[in-house]
Design a binder for this molecule. Structure first.
Ligand SMILES: Nc1ncnc2c1ncn2[C@@H]1O[C@H](COP(=O)(O)OP(=O)(O)O)[C@@H](O)[C@H]1O
Ligand SMILES: [Mg+2]
Length: 296
């Protein structure tokens, strides 16, 4: 089969792992940079071109879309979807989860537990709205941040007000969230493929840090999820229409709380921690689900 991987950088660990896993299972794997794709839409002319080349046939698309390329990445995926090409990431789910607040709203709508979170629309209402989130510290988060960047702790109401006012002045979208202290700087990353958790790890923040992201110096260990955690992860992915997802959860006194859902979760940290060959699982998933071999 012909697999097309969308990735900005062929040398990235996750991209390399997918190329290798695909080739090992006798597929043709090509990588193209979605930011450099020209897109044709309209009757008879529908197609995606990369450096003047179009691809024919494409049996599966494996998009790896980073935060800075969401809109263009979704446009490329959509054009393949229009032609019925199987994709491991749909354009709609990608757009839904990239706004963290939208993602949390959709999860809440499905009855999935999330930390209390407020989007404050007006700078005048900041002090009054902050009274709904107690106790301090509280978390302030960019709606579209990643790798722990853009996640801040406000120790006092005065801190929170000044941080929020600054973001309002610059027009940056942020949300305020209850700080889950009992998670003790740890979170869970569950990797879901096709309705199953294939690997899970606990990430532990380095001393003096509340963010457990590996990019922020966190360490990680492989874990077995409780059935509540497993069910939460699987339901989160499926309710957002994601067949591949990295679900971040905090262990709270009231059970697992979903923090965010990653549509192009990295493979390096979780493969190293759990020794699961996730890239291979992705290829196997595509092989099992390929029903439509139409091309673009
Ligand atoms: N509400 C919260 N309570 C406690 N810790 C949090 C909370 N939100 C985020 N964190 C910590 O910060 C890390 C990064 O937050 P997250 O929302 O996952 O953003 P990012 O997309 O940057 O990874 C989490 O993995 C967790 O360790
Ligand atoms: Mg995260």
């Amino acid at each position: 089969m012909n697999i097309l991987v969308l990735s900005r950088n062929t040398m990235l660990y996750s991209t390399q792992a997918i190329i290798e896993a695909g080739r090992k299972r006798n597929h043709q794997v090509k990588v193209i940079d979605h930011m450099l794709c020209d897109i044709h839409t309209g009757s008879g002319a529908s197609g995606v071109y990369f450096m003047n080349e179009s691809f024919n046939p494409v049996h599966a698309l494996i998009p790896r879309i980073g935060y800075t390329a969401t809109t263009q990445g979704a446009a490329v995926i959509r054009q393949f979807e229009n032609r019925g090409v199987f994709t491991t990431l749909g354009s709609d789910p990608l757009l839904k989860v990239r706004d963290k607040f939208t993602c949390l709203q959709l999860l809440e709508g499905q009855g999935i537990q999330i930390p209390k979170t407020i989007f404050i629309a007006h700078s005048e209402t900041i002090p009054a709205m902050l009274r709904h989130i107690r106790p301090y510290p509280v978390i302030i988060k960019l709606v579209s941040g990643t790798q722990g960047m853009g996640v801040m702790l406000a120790e006092t109401e005065q801190n929170a007000i000044s941080i929020l006012e600054a973001f309002h002045a610059t027009g940056e979208k942020v949300m305020v969230q209850q700080f889950i202290g009992e998670a003790k700087g740890q979170d869970i990353r569950a990797f879901v493929i096709n309705g199953k958790v294939v690997a899970a790890m606990k990430r532990i923040a380095r001393p003096g840090e509340f963010r457990s992201n590996l990019h922020r110096g966190g360490t990680s260990v492989s874990i077995r999820l409780t059935s509540a955690e497993e069910e939460t992860a699987v339901r989160s992915a499926s309710s957002l229409g994601l067949s591949i997802a990295g679900i971040d959860m905090l262990q709270s006194n009231d059970g697992p709380l979903v923090l965010e859902v990653n549509a192009s979760p990295g493979l390096e940290g979780i493969e190293a921690t759990t020794a699961v060959n996730i890239a291979r699982e992705i290829i196997v998933y595509f092989e099992q689900n390929i029903t439509n071999t139409s091309s673009i």
